[in-house]
Design a protein around this ligand. Structure first.
Ligand code: CMP
Length: 143
C-alpha cells in the first residue's frame, strides 16, 4: 500500500488548522499510520529540504520550519502521494485552487501551511528521515 509524508508546518499549527487538515485526509479515505507533534532540529530541516539548499529562500525556510512545532504524519492509501498533492494544492497559495488546503487558507509561498511528498521515491525517503519503522502502525479498517 502506498504511503506519503505530510507535515503541517508551524503556520498551520499556529492557526489552529491541525484538526481540519487531518479531517480532510480522513474523509477522503486515507489511513493515518504515523503522527508526531514535534520541534524540528536544524539538522533534520536541512536534510528534509536539502534539494533546495542552493535556493535563495533555503535559510529562511529552515529558520521557519525550526521556529515552532510541526505535525509530522504518514498517510496510507491508493495513490496517496498524488491524491495528497491534489488535496494540498499548488505550492504557491496564490494560485492554489479553492477547495484545496493551501487554496483555502494561504496567501504566501513561504507560509503555505503544509508539505506533502512530491513523488513515491521522495515519500519513501522522507518517511525514513522522519520516522522509524516502530513508529509506523499497520492496520486495516473494519468499518
Ligand atoms: P514545500 O512543499 O514544503 O516545499 C518546499 C518549500 O519551499 C515550499 O513548500 C515553500 O514553502 C518554500 N518555497 C518555495 N519557493 C519559495 C520562495 N520563492 N520563497 C520562499 N519559500 C519558498
Amino acid at each position: 500500500m502506498e504511503r506519503t509524508f505530510i507535515m503541517i508546518k508551524p503556520d498551520g499549527v499556529q492557526r489552529g488548522l491541525i484538526g481540519d487538515i487531518i479531517s480532510r485526509f480522513e474523509t477522503k479515505g486515507f489511513s493515518l499510520v504515523g503522527m508526531k507533534f514535534m520541534s524540528v532540529s536544524r539538522e533534520l530541516a536541512e536534510k528534509h529540504y536539502g534539494v533546495h539548499k542552493e535556493r535563495p529562500f533555503f535559510g529562511s525556510l529552515v529558520d521557519f520550519i525550526t521556529s515552532s512545532p510541526v505535525v509530522a504524519m504518514v498517510w496510507e492509501g491508493d495513490s496517496v502521494v498524488t491524491s495528497a498533492r491534489t488535496l494540498i494544492g499548488a505550492t504557491n497559495p496564490i494560485t492554489s485552487a479553492p477547495g484545496t488546503i493551501r487554496g483555502d487558507y494561504g496567501v504566501t509561498i513561504g507560509r503555505n501551511i503544509i508539505h506533502g511528498s512530491d513523488a513515491i521515491e521522495t515519500a519513501q525517503s522522507e518517511i525514513a528521515l522522519w520516522f522509524s519503522e516502530e513508529e509506523l502502525a499497520t492496520w486495516e479498517s473494519c468499518a
